[in-house]
Design a protein around this ligand. Structure first.
Ligand code: BT5
Length: 257
C-alpha cells in the first residue's frame, strides 16, 4: 500500500490523525496505546502487514504483507450512546462498501462479515478505560482483499474467502479503506436509532435458520435465529419454543449441525 496514495484517498473525510505502518504487530495494539495518550476521535492506524494480528481471545488474525486491509479506528463515544452497537456499526460499514462493489455480504453475529457463507472480514472492538468510564473504543477491522490473505484451512474454525475470489477482480485497497470509513462516518449519527438495529438485522447471516452458539459452556445453545435486541444481543427461539437472548461477547455462531 502506498502511504501517499492512502493520504490522498482519505482527503476530505472528517478523520482525526492517520498513522501508517508498513509492518506492525497489531494495529489494535498501536491504536489502544495511542488512544490512551489522547488520539483524537476518528484517528486511524493502518498497516500493510501485521506480525501479531489478533482476533478475540487472542486468537491469531493473519495479515500477510500487501494482501489485505488491517486498520483500527479510535472512537470517542458520546455519553449515553449504545456502545454495544459499535461492532454493528463496523459490520455495516464493511458491508456497505462490499455492496457498493456489487457483492452480497452478510453479517455473522457478532463480528464476522461473510461473502456467500465464507468469512471475508473480522472485527475486534476493544476499550480504553479511564477508571470506571470508557475513555475510547478501538475498532479493528481485518478484510481479506487478495486471495493470498486467506489463511490455510487448517488454521480456520470457519471457511474463509477474499474479495478478489468472490468478485473476480481486485479492488484498490486505498479506495476500499475510504469507502469503509465514509460508510462508518455516514452511519454513526444513526447508531442509537431503531432503524440502525433494523439495518443490521436485515444483513444478519442465517436469520430464520437454525444456528448454534458456543458460549464457552460444554453445550452450545441451539435455536432459530430471530433477530437482534436493542443492545445488539441476538435472539433465538429454542427447540421448546422459548425465546432466549445471547449478549455480545466471546461467543461464536454457526449453522446448526
Ligand atoms: C476476529 O476474531 O474475527 C477479529 C479479527 C480482527 C482483526 C483486525 S485486523 C486490524 C486489527 N488489529 C488486530 O490485531 N486485530 C484487528 P475472531 O472472531 O476471534 O476470529 C479469529 C479466527 O479467525 C482465528 O482463530 C482464525 O480461525 C480465523 N482467521 C484468522 N485470520 C483470518 C483471515 N485473514 N481470514 C479469515 N479468517 C481468519
Amino acid at each position: 500500500m502506498n502511504e501517499a496514495t492512502l493520504q490522498e484517498r482519505l482527503l476530505g473525510l472528517p478523520l482525526g490523525k492517520i498513522r501508517y505502518f508498513e509492518s506492525t504487530h497489531s494495529t489494535n495494539d498501536e491504536a489502544l496505546a495511542w488512544a490512551a495518550e489522547g488520539a483524537p476521535d476518528l484517528s486511524i492506524v493502518i498497516a500493510d502487514e501485521q506480525t501479531a494480528g489478533r482476533g478475540r481471545l487472542n486468537r491469531k488474525w493473519f495479515t500477510p504483507m500487501g494482501t489485505a486491509l488491517a486498520f483500527s479506528i479510535v472512537l470517542r463515544p458520546l455519553a449515553g450512546s449504545h456502545l454495544s452497537r459499535t461492532v454493528g456499526l463496523a459490520g455495516l460499514a464493511i458491508a456497505d462498501s462490499l455492496i457498493k462493489h456489487g457483492l452480497t455480504p452478510r453479517i455473522k453475529w457478532p463480528n464476522d462479515i461473510l461473502l456467500y457463507g465464507k468469512k471475508v472480514a473480522g472485527i475486534l472492538v476493544e476499550a480504553v478505560w479511564s477508571g470506571a468510564e470508557i475513555d475510547s473504543l478501538v475498532v479493528g477491522m481485518g478484510v481479506n482483499v487478495h486471495q493470498e490473505s486467506v489463511p490455510p484451512s487448517e488454521y480456520l474454525q470457519f471457511p474463509a474467502t477474499s474479495i478478489e475470489a468472490e468478485l473476480g477482480d481486485t479492488p484498490n485497497r486505498e479506495e476500499l479503506v475510504r469507502t469503509i470509513l465514509s460508510a462508518l462516518i455516514a452511519r454513526r449519527p444513526q447508531v442509537d436509532s431503531n432503524e440502525f438495529i433494523r439495518s443490521w438485522e436485515d444483513l444478519l447471516a442465517f436469520r430464520g435458520e437454525q444456528v448454534q452458539i458456543n458460549t464457552g459452556d460444554p453445550q452450545p445453545l441451539v435455536g432459530e435465529l430471530l433477530g437482534l435486541e436493542p443492545d445488539g444481543g441476538v435472539r433465538l427461539r429454542d427447540p421448546h419454543g422459548q425465546t432466549l437472548t445471547v449478549r455480545f461477547g466471546d461467543v461464536s455462531l454457526r449453522p446448526a449441525a
